[in-house]
Design a protein around this ligand. Sequence first.
Ligand SMILES: [Zn+2]
Ligand SMILES: [Zn+2]
Length: 352
Amino acid sequence: MQMREFELPDPQPGALLVDITAAGVCGSDVHIWAGKDPRTRLPMILGHEGVGRIRMLNGPKRDLFGEELKVGDKIVWHRGVTCGRCVYCAKRREPSLCLYRKVYGTMYSCDQWPYLTGNYAEVLYVHPQSEIMKLPEDCDDGLIAAATCSGATAAHTIELLDITMGSTVVIIGPGPLGLYTAAYCFERGAAQVFIFGTAADIPRLQLAESFGCIPVNVDEVGPDERRQAVLDATHGLGADYVIECTGVKACAQEAVDLACRGGSVAIPGIAVPVGEMSILPFEQIAVRNLRLQGVWVSDARHMYEAVTLTLSGKYPLQEMITHRFPLSQANEALQAIATRQAIKAIIEPQAK
Ligand SMILES: [Zn+2]
Ligand SMILES: [Zn+2]
C-alpha cells in the first residue's frame, strides 16, 4: 500500500462525505492484501470497517432511527451496500445475499468515481443507500469499527443457528469473531461455551475466559483429548453448536466431529476459497441430523445488534483493541494482524 491523494467527490443527493476517525484492520484485509480474495479490484483503498464524523452531506439525511444527521455527527454505517429491491433484499429479507451487494474497501476500485471507497483513508464517500447509526460522543470509535464486521457477522451466526438456552457451544478460534460469538452465546443463555485457540492465542483465550468461556489450548490438548472434554461436559453427546471462526479448513472438519446428533455446525470464519473438505454424508451428516450452516457477512440489523452490545459495556470487548496506528503506518497495521501480534488493530486517520 502507498499513500495517494484524491480530489474530494461531490456527494450525490443523500450521500455523505465522512472524516474517518477509526478504521478496523480485519483478517479479510490481510487476505485481500495477499491477493487471496476473488472480489478484489485493483487499484483500491482497503478498509471495510469504519467510524467517522460527517464532513459534508447533500440534502436532509436521517439515521436508522429517524434522527436527522448534521455535519460533525459521529456515525457508523453498514459496510455492505445493497440494492433494497432484488429478490434477496425485498423477498427473502437477506440483504447479505443481495444480487448487487458491494462492500466498502473490498469490491470498489479507487479508479472509478467516487474514488474514496475504503476506510484506510482520511475521507470516505458513504452511498445514499447505506444504513447509518448515530453514535454517542463518548464511545471508542475503534471498538465500534470492529463491531461492524466481526461483531455483526457473529450476530448473524447466532441468528442463523438460533442458539437455545442451556446449550453447549464450541467456538474454534478466539479472534474478534470468536470473542463476539462467545458474548452472544452467553446473551442467548448458553450454559457452557468452550473456546479453542493455539498457544499464540493465550491473551485471546484469557479474554474469552473473562467472559465465562472454557478455554482450550489446542497446542497442549490434542484432538482426541479435547473432543473427550466436550463429550465429558455433555453426557457423552457432543456440543449443540460448533462455530468455526478461524477460516482454517481443518478446523471446519474438526467442528463436524464435535457436534452432537441433531447439532449444528456454522462456518462464519471461512471467507475466502480454501479448497475441498472431506465429509462422510451418511455417517457424519445424515444419521446425525447434522445441520451445516454457512454464514455470509451480515446485514444492517446485525450491525445494530453488534453496536448495541458493544455500547452496553457488558463484556470487556475493548480489550480486543491491542494496537492503534496512524494512516501512514497502514502497512504495519496489516502486519500486526497478519503475524497475529494484535488481537485487533485500528488505523486512526485523523491522528498525526
Ligand atoms: Zn472485517
Ligand atoms: Zn438487493
